[in-house]
Design a protein. Sequence first.
Length: 289
Amino acid sequence: MPPVATTDDGVPVAWYELGEDARGGRPALLLAHATGFHGRAFAPLAMALSGFRCIAFDERGHGATPPRNDASFDWNGFARDVLAVVDAAGVAGRALGFGHSAGGAALLLAELARPGTFRAIYCYEPIVHPADELPAVTSDNPMSAAARRRRDVFPSKDAAYDNYASKPPMASFHPDALRAYVDHGFEDVPVGEGEGVRLRCRPEWEARTYEMGTRHGAFGRLGEVACPVTIAWGSETTTFWPGAFEQQLTRVRHGRGERFDGLGHFGPFEAPDRVAESVQRAFATLAGA
């Protein structure tokens, strides 16, 4: 069983040391994952980030971390998960952060909630809707609709792997990243409920997370983030409209941007070595790591 960090609203967050020689006096780097994923999917990225102590965790409703008792998926809860883990790992105030998609938003929200938590943050396509007016919560969301249709039970993990590897978006994943996602993203179907394996992140939980993704209000507060921030994106992304990530950068006080030619929204899983090189450069420049 992984260690657990309990949040201030009572969620037991599973967290992990990834990579080789995890401690060894190396700079601590917290890895925050995207909606529908889990911390151990970052294993190939962590292996490429050998100069860091890589700490990953499962956000509420993902991996080995349950949702809150009231099944609330307000994204400020993900920030609480971040803060609980940095405290449990003993790295608050001196950690670096890497966040992918929703994980990028979680890191920024955590820094806003407790300034000084991070020395620097690297976000790959953070879900920070570039608008000052918050849209209403609605179930009319194509990402939520797709999540509710998602197949969540397979005969085996190998069957799930073969299914994902045969079609986009996961067909473009590095094989080790896809293997890590499947191996730790599924659990055995309980006895008496059938056979096979099922997604740990239930389709309904994923759908409700997407529905709340534009409601956290981080964009209007990006100027309050004092630590250096890198915002990176793929040239093939369809996450936002063209120029949206550049709009995020205009709000960041100490920021830099990086565009990855040929990569999409899942760049950290498509090319973990390439993204790791960028992360290392960014932190060497921005935080002296």
